[in-house]
Structure formats: structure tokens, C-alpha cells
Design a protein around this ligand. Sequence first.
Ligand code: SIN
Length: 336
Amino acid sequence: MCIKKCHLQVTILCAITLFVVLLSEVYSKPILIRFSHVVGENTPKGKGATMFRELVEQRLAGKVNVEIYPGSQKYTDEQAILGILFGDVELAAPSFPKFRKFSTALQIFDLPFLFENLNHIHRFQQSDVGRQLLAVMEKRGIKGLRYWDNGFRVMSANKPLSKPSDLRGLKFRIEPSYVFQRQYERLGAIATPMPFKHLPDALRGGVVDGYENAWSNILSLKLHLLRPYFTEVGHSYLGYMVVTNHAFWQNLPEDVRSELNVILDEVTQEVNRLAKEKEETDKKTIMAVENVQVLHLSGEEKKAWEDVMIPIWQEFESVIGVEIMKAAINSRNPIE
Ligand code: SIN
């Protein structure tokens, strides 16, 4: 009887010990943050991802590991958002059009000529409405953490584009945005949505005649060697929302989450500084290449583009939300 009882006690003790050992293994294992993005490492976002990993290595060693998957190695942006929901990726920074299935409000960032410059955008992003937009996908499981800049999109094609009618009949690669679709329809072009990684081949093979993007992305994929004509229309801001899985973020240990927030603040400052710098330097590098032509529009020329594109605001006002539109417009600085 005593032998049986002792045996049972030893078995229970062993089971408890094993459970404690397994539990401590689980809890002492570093948290893995997989960061998927679609651009090169020498872009503001690519450099931001690297800086994020380095700061985590310095300050959260043993607690958090970061793996970066650049250049669509793992996912396109739209897939990355699903990856976040399914727990296969913890961090991504897609451009705003990629969120169209999760939030209609975020289309505010796609509207042509709404934002005059980076200061205007920053004022809006830091306003109450701008901060609320970071949380707009939480009910769907996606948490917005920060806004990151790249720069203004420039248009490029196989011929100079100086006036809206120059786009008539051209096949244009767009990011998957309802706003961009309408914008290029109004310009008479054939809007062709496709992931960023397919753009060089699409240009090489003539699947598309042109595209729009930020200077740093153009340089990183050497797109200026495929289409030498550029126009700075000033119509569209290419920025990102850094996002994570809402539940993942909430369940992080408090000290880890708070350090990650500090790191994200520092990285955001640096990404935005770099975006501004690279918009100038990468453009200069491209302009120095033989045959490249960059058109700068006069005020009058720009007005012709505005006249075609700005009416789109009205079409999207009700889906984006009147209050959000007002807040974006009111973030303009009358002195600028
Ligand atoms: C990016 O900057 O993340 C890519 C934008 C694009 O799809 O053109």
C-alpha cells in the first residue's frame, strides 16, 4: 500500500517538475518578430527595418529576436497583412493603398493633391483624427503602430508626360487602390494594379507603359533604366503604416512592449529624416544618368492636372468620412 502511494507521489512530482521545466522553456524563449516588406534595403523603409533589428538586438537581447524579409522575399504587401492576421509575420509597413480591404478611411492618403507637402501630412497624422486612424483596423485584428514616410510619387513613362492628355491610352501600373484606379481612368489611362515586385518585368515586357512611385523605390529597382521620362506632378504621397497583430501586441510583456515603443519612435524619426534626404539625393542620382528627363510643372501646368484629378475627392468623401476629409484639409498651414 505504502509502496503504491510513494510511487504515485513520485510520479506526480516528476510530472510537476516536467511541466515547470517546459513552461520555463516556453517563457524564456525569445519572442520572434518577423518583419516583411517589399522594397530594397537601401530605401527609407528598408533602412528603418534594419535599424529596428539593430536596436532590438542592443536593448532586448535574449528577449526578442527580429528577422527581416525584404524585397517581397516572403510576401507581397497584401499577403503580409494576411500573414499578420494568421500569425506568420509580426510586423509590416505596407503603403496605404494596400489596406483598402481593411479600412475605407485610409483612402484619405490616396487622394490626389490633398496633401501639399510633408509638413501638411505630418500635421494631419499627428492630429486627433490622424492618431485615431492608427486604430481604425483594430476591430479586424490589425494594430497601426506608426506612420513612416517615403516621399511624393513621380510619374514615369516611355514618353514625356507634361499634360493630363499625354496619359491617354497608356497602360499604367498602379498600387491596388480604388482611388488610383479612378484617377487613371479620368486621365484616360489603363490602370493596371500589380504587386511592386512585378513592376520591372512588366516594364521590360511592355505589359505596362508607365507607373508612379517614389524616387528611392525607383532607384532601388533601377527603373529609370527602363523608362527615362519623369514628371513631378506633386499629386500623391507615398507613406506607410507600420502594423502588427493587435492580440500579439497586447499580449507582449509590458516591459518589452514599452521598449519596442521607444525603439519605434527612434526608428520613425530616422526613417522620416532619411525619406526627406533620399527624395533629393536619389533624384539627383537618377537625373545624372544619360537620357533621363525630369519635367517640373509650372503653376498653370499643374492646375490642368488638378482640374482632372481633384473631382475624385467628391466620389470618395462619403466612404472616407466627411470629418476625416475636413481634418485633412484643415491640417493645411495657410502660411505655407
Ligand atoms: C513600397 O514602397 O512599399 C512599395 C510601393 C508600391 O507598391 O509601389
